[in-house]
Design a protein around this ligand. Structure first.
Ligand code: OAD
Length: 229
């Protein structure tokens, strides 16, 4: 399975693109890049602090829960582009979850290897109040893969080899424009597996999908897994 921001939309988490998408009011290249962080860490932390506040008020929806149950019962991997932690909050088994783009609730040091879970409120009033490494005191950053950075090689290896071996890849709520995640469905399709897309609108995935379900994640995903068994 590949999930994107659309699976969390009905939980109240804003998507990146489309109506009401995050990038409408904030340009990606201004915010989600290492260069932007180096230029203005306070602005970046202000934005991530806001996103953390929004997500902390959200709960997993019926689509997250249906996927978690399915992952508990079968040999299945949920590769998510989302950093909101809602798949884990829906009790997805740890072995079945790959968070390709990292997590809003993990921070890491910009100078040493320190990384930690962190759900505290971000104080971005000045550079001095920003999250810091508890080992060496350097500035900390969100443990998120930004534009221009590469995904963890172990995540790429695992998800691409599993996509090639899969009978079915279900793609839920992604605009399918950010690589390499967007290619996972094509890998399954070219290896002879089926692709089911769940998205209210047409996307680049539609052209390679075996079936496209034009509905929201909450409407479609629980029913889909009842049918698939
Ligand atoms: P996007 O915001 O690009 O796309 C969200 C998709 O969800 C769109 O295709 C919507 O049509 C669809 N959608 C909206 N509501 C839905 C619903 N209720 N049910 C199902 N689908 C719905 O989000 P992503 O494709 O996840 O990266 O974006 C990929 C990456 O781009 C993100 O992980 C993020 C961003 O830059 C990083 O932050 C590193």
């Amino acid at each position: 399975m590949l999930t994107g921001a659309g699976i969390s939309a009905e939980s109240g988490v804003p998507t990146f693109r489309g109506e009401g998408g995050l990038w409408k009011s904030y340009r990606a290249e201004e915010l989600a890049t290492p260069e932007a962080f180096a230029r203005d860490p306070r602005l970046l932390w202000e934005w991530y602090g806001w996103r953390r506040d929004v997500v902390m008020r959200c709960a997993p929806n019926a689509a997250h829960v249906a996927l978690a149950r399915a992952a508990d019962e079968r040999d299945m991997t949920i590769a998510t582009q989302n950093v909101d932690g809602l798949h884990a909050a829906a009790s997805t088994p740890e072995r079945a979850l790959v968070e390709l783009h990292g997590s809003l609730f993990r921070i890491r040091c910009t100078a040493c290897a320190w990384c930690a879970v962190d759900r505290s409120t971000v104080d971005a009033t000045s550079h001095d109040t920003l999250p810091q490494c508890t080992v060496c005191g350097a500035l900390a950053r969100p443990d998120i893969v930004w534009f221009g950075e590469t995904l963890e090689p172990a995540h790429i290896d695992r998800t691409f080899s599993e996509a090639a071996a899969a009978d079915l890849c279900v793609v839920i709520g992604t605009s399918g424009v950010v690589q390499p995640s967007a290619s996972l469905a094509s890998v399954t399709r070219h290896a002879g597996g089926a692709v089911i897309e769940v998205n209210p609108v047409e996307t680049p995935i539609t052209s390679i999908a075996t079936v496209s379900i034009r509905d929201t994640a909450v409407n479609a995903v629980p029913r889909l897994f009842e049918v698939v068994g």
